[in-house]
Ligand binder design. Structure first.
Ligand code: NDP
Length: 242
């Protein structure tokens, strides 16, 4: 069986992606860092709809945890492989650079960029031998245009976009595609502190996006129909200029 692993699948966009991939018939591995209750809710929502999923907790910033979780799963599933990877886990710690602490910088880079590296490096081995794979990285509008107050986050997402383009060139010949999705403002815990009324004036569609709308794009990129799309960054932002 071909499985899909979604990092940060417990909440927000990651949860919606888990539900979408499960509805497409893929058994889903729901990764999370600490919020087990939310991850179990994602699992419940999938199984209620007849899908199949299991929890796979690990901290994407800790290389040994990533390797150990995936190796444990692989030993229990010798005939299965993880053919879809959605690198979605992310955090933000916004502040002006003049006030930014080392930890604000390092934790945001670690989660988005090192998390991508540790998880993807481990999983491409299996995809290369199967000559099949889909890797979808959750970037951001901030990684394309830069955002004041988010130098750490913008740097992490811009670097993720660079890595997406480079890796796509490395492994395209093995039928593995690597793409990035760049959402604008999406209604999740991450944007809870934002006043939608202030921001929506700037958004031509006039509202924040829904996690399910991002998940629909990820589902397409994970599908056979997207076999000829690789190394791309696809914006989903309600028309915000990038
Ligand atoms: P949420 O804050 O709602 O969810 C974050 C998810 O990431 C949670 O599942 C969390 O797990 C997980 N996570 C965080 N750190 C780690 C870690 N070290 N290891 C494993 N999992 C981790 O975020 P969103 O759903 O809003 O965002 C998802 C992605 O989309 C992020 O990469 C974000 O940068 C990106 N994005 C979001 C936008 C938005 O407007 N919401 C816009 C553009 C991009 P747990 O539940 O255990 O804490």
């Amino acid at each position: 069986m071909k499985y899909a692993l979604v990092t940060g699948g417990s909440r927000g966009i990651g949860r919606a992606v888990c539900l979408k991939l499960a509805s497409m018939g893929f058994p889903v591995l729901i990764n999370y860092q600490s919020n087990r209750q939310a991850a179990e809710e994602t699992l419940k929502l999938i199984t209620e709809k007849g899908g199949s999923a299991e929890l796979m907790p690990f901290d994407v910033t800790v290389s040994e945890e990533v390797d150990s979780a995936i190796e444990t799963w692989q030993s229990a599933h010798p005939d299965d492989y993880i053919g879809i990877l959605v690198n979605n886990a992310g955090i933000r710690k916004d502040t002006l650079m003049v006030f930014m602490q080392n930890e604000d910088w390092q934790s945001v880079i670690n989660t988005t960029l090192n998390g991508f590296f540790y998880t993807t490096r481990r999983l491409i081995k299996g995809m290369l031998s199967k000559r099949d794979g889909r890797i979808i990285n959750m970037a951001s509008l901030s990684g394309l245009k830069g955002q004041g107050g988010q130098t750490n986050y913008s740097a992490a997402k811009a670097a993720l976009i660079g890595a997406t383009k480079a890796l796509a060139q490395e492994i395209g010949s093995r039928k593995i595609t690597v793409n990035a999705v760049a959402p604008g403002f999406i209604d999740t815990d991450m944007t809870q502190g934002f006043n939608e009324d202030d921001f929506k004036k700037m958004i031509p569609i006039g509202r924040f996006g829904k996690p399910e709308e991002v998940a629909a794009l990820v589902g397409f990129l994970a599908s056979d129909d997207a076999a000829y799309i690789t190394g791309e960054v696809i914006s989903i932002n309600g028309g915000l200029y990038t």
